[in-house]
Design a protein around this ligand. Sequence first.
Ligand SMILES: Cc1cc2nc3c(=O)[nH]c(=O)nc-3n(C[C@H](O)[C@H](O)[C@H](O)COP(=O)(O)OP(=O)(O)OC[C@H]3O[C@@H](n4cnc5c(N)ncnc54)[C@H](O)[C@@H]3O)c2cc1C
Length: 366
Amino acid sequence: MYKAPVDEILFTLKHVAGLGEDLAAGIFGDLDEGLVDAIVGEAGRFATDEVAPLADIGDRQGSKLIDGKVQVPEGWADLYRNWAAGGWNSLTAPEEFGGQALPHMLHIAAMEFWNAGSMAFALAPMLTMGAVDALEKHGSAALKSTYLARMISGEWTGTMNLTEPHAGSDLGVLKTRAERRDDGTYRIFGQKIFITWGDHEVTDNIVHLVLARIAGAPEGTRGISLFLVPKFLVKEDGSLGARNDLFCHSLEHKLGIHASPTCTMVYGDGRFGDEKGAVGYLVGEENKGLNCMFTMMNNARLAVGIQGVAMAEAATQHALNYARERTQGKAPGWKGTGMSPIIEHPDIARTLLTMKALTQGARAIS
Ligand SMILES: Cc1cc2nc3c(=O)[nH]c(=O)nc-3n(C[C@H](O)[C@H](O)[C@H](O)COP(=O)(O)OP(=O)(O)OC[C@H]3O[C@@H](n4cnc5c(N)ncnc54)[C@H](O)[C@@H]3O)c2cc1C
């Protein structure tokens, strides 16, 4: 089972990424080494003791769509809620919206732990944090005050809706459409596929960031706008209102991340609400949506890099454990009884050391 490499990560942060010098120079205010050690140590413990033990059951059971509701595997809803209650979603978010404004490198260290514990689990916060980033940079004051604090605390999750059946790498051909309404809102109609954590009952609302084309907009990428489309509409007092006109039509089955609900989402089919069309709020300017979404996509790209480091660390740990247990042949100089553990064979040791060195190198770069 995965065990978070807390000491290695602290070493990398302090001596490779330069956190030690930064702390000494006081550029992070009153943050000191003791607090850094405590945060990284507790994140590692949570990943080892709480996340990793649910990875297997998560992948075996997977998320399921039952009677129109997405159910996550046993124990996963509590896992997410305990994780959010621990403040892990808000590490680097701005203080103005309830965040802890800690250095981004602590978040990167923690993201390695969550991903190595279970990538399917880490995908939920990864998408939420990307949505927070995009909303913080491009959202209106009204949208920020309604949504940001509850996304930063992890009370609500966020999603990224780019992909359509015919529009993958080439988003310029996307067809989801938005119609303007007199009250300044929009109505969204279309289908999105592969939407990570697109629907679930773990939190009581989900904030979708959706790319769509406003009627009459230019062709191609210059006619794409970004909309915030909540699963439940939010009333002026902040309480939840009516169900918005969107739903999860089906789930994909992605190797190794069955617990992460990868959804086909349908907007504006008339299933919910009096008027057809999901209510959406413009983020940024009309036809500049792709620029705004790039904030989220770039955040996701960096996070995917950390996923790679996390997978490499988890694979190295599995390989090491196996090589210590599996006995075969007799290694040169082996003095024990019976066959030697395969880790004693010089060529196996070389392979394992190569894995370790490549993982540490990738971590240092990240
Ligand atoms: C696990 C998972 C989770 C995802 N989560 C989300 C999500 O949350 N939200 C979301 O919107 N999308 C999500 N996606 C979708 C993802 O963004 C798309 O898969 C991606 O944009 C690529 O689109 P595609 O799969 O249609 O591949 P295609 O665009 O069909 O590409 C197929 C191959 O052709 C190559 N290719 C395409 N065009 C060119 C070109 N011009 N030149 C050279 N090579 C080219 C590509 O690199 C790729 O190798 C997810 C996908 C996966 C697998």
